[in-house]
Design a binder for this molecule. Structure first.
Ligand code: SAH
Ligand code: SF4
Length: 430
């Protein structure tokens, strides 16, 4: 009996971790609540009591199992999980169709899915781990959403409208530990990583908004450039990318997805080796270590040469173009000499490199920085172009509302913050 219970405990603990990538604290594992949920699960498995009766029991007793967003499971993960409960692969196809194509917001709406399966899913997962806390719409159609997480943390997601489609800028962490001195997100240290479900669900929330307002539009592009450093939350971000690109689900093409990193070399290598064919952007922002360390303290640990070695590996391995992002800071990194230093850095890889010049969004706490003059930006752009470098200047979105990703959140929690929203537009083509 004891042996059976111990085995059940281990199996269920494994299941919990597998299905939700949940980090369980020892306190929770040892607590009565966890033991109780195991007992319920054991009963469900032994089929001595129907799962529906147990779900009802759980609700009636006010014991809520710590359920995770179903959007956090890749197709294969959900299929493997359902298989353990005896469900065939076509169930996963059915459920994903309801989630990502018909886009229901409640399990009970999945009318052709068998009841037992629905009850099982409802006992373990939720469809809404984010709730809309605030929304701002700009005259140009940009919409900023402030979402509340289950633990009351706030995150920001931005919808932008372009000539080529609709893009969503997603957040990957609550705050950021990289501490770049020009960035509002770095003002607040990282509180926690987002789960893959919380990342993927941001896109679903925006899509549901489009569905509900009968705009008939579909999110076509995703930029992982909201609050946080994606490569500091690598696994969850990568899982979320697999989910949103899956042809059984949202099917956002990989070439329409861009991840931006402050440049963690180990993860750049890992990303190059992954089979994901999504675009990569590196926040370079300065052509020398001296200047970069001044504005990005992460450069002490990962100097430019280490990043460039990783970039070389990425280019060779993937043969895909990489973007170097460069915020234009007045009199700091925007002179001709800086442009020429940047050209030297790109030498040998210009065919596969694009430089994206970013107008700096002033952040009150960082008043030492100012946006470069328009003329300086154009001169910088010209210097790069004349040297044969692919280059673009980013257009800004939603400037009549809280200008960029991070601001809405920070205003809400009384800390001023700003982040850029992204658009790759070449002035020559616009
Ligand atoms: N942490 C990742 C992705 C999120 S930041 C990264 O740093 O790449 C997304 C982009 O916004 C980065 O290029 C970042 O440097 C830029 N950014 C941050 N603060 C900004 C500001 N005040 N004005 C303009 N761009 C900013
Ligand atoms: Fe973090 Fe990116 Fe902001 Fe730097 S720029 S603090 S890495 S979010």
């Amino acid at each position: 009996m004891l042996r059976t219970l111990a085995l059940l405990y281990i199996t269920l603990l494994r299941d919990y971790l597998f299905t939700s990538q949940k980090v369980l604290t020892y306190g929770y594992i040892l607590s009565g609540r966890f033991l109780l949920s195991i007992l319920q699960e054991g009963l469900i498995r032994s089929k001595t009591v129907s799962s529906w009766a147990l779900a009802k029991f759980t609700i009636e007793k006010g014991i809520r199992m710590n359920k995770e967003s179903i959007y956090g499971l890749t197709f294969d993960q959900l299929a493997a999980w359902l298989k353990e409960y005896g469900h065939k692969k076509y169930r996963t196809l059915q459920v994903w169709d309801w989630l990502y194509r018909k886009r229901v917001t409640n399990f009970s709406e999945m009318i052709d899915v068998n009841q037992e399966c629905l009850q099982l899913l409802a006992a373990h997962f939720i469809l809404q781990s984010l709730s809309e806390h605030l929304m701002q719409e700009s005259a140009d159609g940009t919409i900023k959403f402030l979402f509340k997480l289950k633990d009351d943390n706030l995150i920001e997601t931005v919808l932008m409208r372009h000539k080529f489609g609709l893009s969503v800028c997603v957040t990957t962490q609550v705050g950021c530990n990289m501490g770049c001195s020009f960035c509002a997100s770095g003002l607040l240290r990282k509180n926690r990583d987002l789960s893959s479900g919380e990342i993927a669900e941001q896109i679903m929330k925006v899509q549901h908004h489009l569905d509900n307002t009968k705009q008939g539009d579909k999110v076509s592009h995703v930029v992982v450039m909201g609050i946080g450093e994606p490569f500091d939350n690598y696994k969850n971000v990568i899982d979320a990318l697999w989910i949103i690109k899956d042809h059984n689900g949202l099917a956002i093409p990989e070439r329409h997805i861009t991840v931006s990193t402050s440049g963690l070399p180990d993860k750049i290598y890992e990303f190059a080796d992954s089979n994901l064919k999504v675009n990569l952007a590196i926040s370079l922002h300065a052509p020398t270590n001296e200047l970069r360390t001044q504005i990005m303290k992460i450069n002490r640990a990962f100097p430019i040469e280490k990043i460039m070695q990783a970039v070389d590996y990425y280019l060779e391995k993937t043969n895909r173009r990489i973007t170097l992002e460069y915020i234009m800071l007045k009199d700091l990194n925007d002179r001709r000499e800086h442009a020429l230093q940047l050209v030297a850095l790109i030498e040998g890889k210009r065919r596969l490199t694009n430089v994206n010049l970013i107008p700096y969004n002033p952040v009150d706490e960082h008043h030492q920085y100012q946006r470069s003059e328009h003329e300086s930006m154009l001169a910088f752009y010209d210097t790069l172009k004349k040297q044969g470098i692919n280059c673009s200047i980013r257009l800004e979105h939603g400037t009549d509302i809280d200008a960029a990703c991070g601001q809405l959140r920070s205003k809400q929690i009384y800390v001023e913050a700003r982040m850029e929203v992204y658009l790759y537009d070449d002035p020559e083509n616009s």
